[in-house]
Design a protein around this ligand. Structure first.
Ligand code: FAD
Ligand code: EPU
Length: 346
């Protein structure tokens, strides 16, 4: 078993898998899936491996999805895009702007494939894919049955959707539909974009601005292996939030309906993890929510152990138990992170 996934996961982990295939058409994908499933091999589909942590080698089939195609239709008020799941997300954002189709600029430079984007409802700078997603087409690669889920069926929430639910894990996302209004309204509600108001703002300017801040704040995975934010930002009750504010008056927060959204990066910062290097793993100096494989020679277990230390330290200090955003994969497939990250106080 010496098929390496090193360049196919952004943590740059040296993991081997039984078989890897890069697939450009759906028929071939289903044939392979069925063949290996029949032999009881675990099967896993990947886009660009930018949201996965492999704990060790994977004893099965990995399909790298490169099924491409972008199709544009228009109505009086909307652009409608049908995009196959193996397209690169950032290239799609650039392509739309070049075609004068606007709206996706706040989601620039998010790594990964188009088909992975709805799974965790990718989001950044005040926008998320749920705002533009009209439908998601999925296939059961064994029965070959195809289903179309509309925006509501996708149950999009913060870093969540129906595609993370147990009943949907057997499906593969084959394409998505996006609708983008022809009348463009800039989305500048995110705190660091507010000052751009009234500056003859254009989609291209927002795109450039966001690419620049992202390049400053987020390490390039080729330099320091990482998977973006390791944990989600926590939502806590207002009661708990206001109690914490009495102790930590500088704690950043956002009020969302009846909840307080905190910054996991800030909580991690308060525990001084940027000064802590564990077997080559640390947090990024400019963004504590990003765990980095600093010398690109740590193992998946090293990264997991470091993440558990963060989880326990933040939990014990603030009584806030962070939830991983990154998907964790062992020898046979994805595992429930609660096996490792469990609130010991419960
Ligand atoms: P992969 O890591 O390849 O797969 C992720 C999961 O989806 C796996 O469980 C896989 O099996 C499953 N999957 C993949 N393709 C399919 C398919 N076609 N059908 C069914 N299941 C599938 N995320 C944000 O939301 N906002 C950000 O700002 C952001 N910034 C990031 C910055 C960096 C530097 C990095 C490395 C990551 C960042 N992320 C961000 C996370 C990541 O970009 C997203 O989660 C992205 O959508 C993952 O795409 P991928 O193709 O790499 O998915
Ligand atoms: N902060 C700190 N220290 C840190 C990091 C953040 O104090 O080390 C505080 C600051 O107050 C800062 C605030 O948190 O102003 C927000 O920070 P930032 O704008 O960097 O965003 P984030 O909440 O840390 C989220 C997403 C990112 C997304 C950015 C921009 C999650 C888990 N992460 O990070 O998404 O790019 O907002 O919108 O929601 C990802 O999901 O992988 C990801 C990178």
């Amino acid at each position: 078993m010496n098929n390496s996934l090193k360049i196919l996961n952004t943590f740059n982990l040296k993991v081997n898998v039984y078989k890897i295939f890069l697939i450009k058409d759906l028929k071939k994908l289903c044939q392979l899936w069925e063949k290996y499933k029949k032999k009881y091999y675990p099967c896993l589909i990947l886009g660009e491996g930018s949201n996965v942590l492999f704990l060790n080698d994977f004893y099965g089939l990995v399909i790298i999805n490169r099924i491409k195609g972008i199709y544009i239709r228009e109505s009086k008020k909307y652009w409608n895009l049908h995009v196959n799941s193996g397209e690169n997300w950032h290239k799609l954002v650039k392509f739309t702007i070049k075609k004068k189709i606007y709206g996706l600029e706040n989601l620039a430079l998010i790594p990964g494939c188009v088909g992975s984007a709805p799974i965790q409802n990718i989001g950044a700078y005040g926008s998320s894919i749920k705002d533009f997603c009209q439908y998601v087409d999925i296939i059961d690669p064994v029965s070959k049955k195809i289903k179309r889920l509309n925006n509501k069926d996708c149950q999009f929430k913060y870093r969540n959707s129906v595609f993370k639910h147990k009943n949907y894990k057997k499906y593969i996302i084959i394409s998505i539909g996006l609708f983008l209004p022809k009348k463009w309204i800039p989305n500048l509600k995110y705190h660091c974009l507010k000052h751009l108001k009234n500056h003859n703002i254009t989609p291209q300017k927002i795109f450039n601005y966001i690419c620049n801040i992202r390049k400053k704040k987020i390490p390039h995975p080729k330099i320091y292996g990482n998977a973006g934010s390791f944990f989600k930002n926590p939502y806590i009750s207002l009661q708990k939030g206001f109690k914490l504010l009495q102790i930590f008056p500088n704690m950043p927060y956002v009020l969302k309906n009846n909840y307080m959204k905190l910054s996991a990066g800030w909580l991690i910062n308060q525990c001084n993890f940027s000064k802590f290097l564990y077997k080559g793993v640390t947090v990024y100096s400019k963004q504590s929510l990003i765990i980095v494989n600093k010398f690109n020679n740590s193992s998946g277990m090293d990264i997991l152990n470091f993440a558990i230390k963060i989880y326990n330290t933040v939990g014990n200090k603030f009584d806030i138990w962070l939830e991983p955003e990154v998907r964790i994969i062992d020898n046979y497939g994805e595992i429930n992170p609660l096996i490792y990250f469990k609130n010991n106080n419960n």
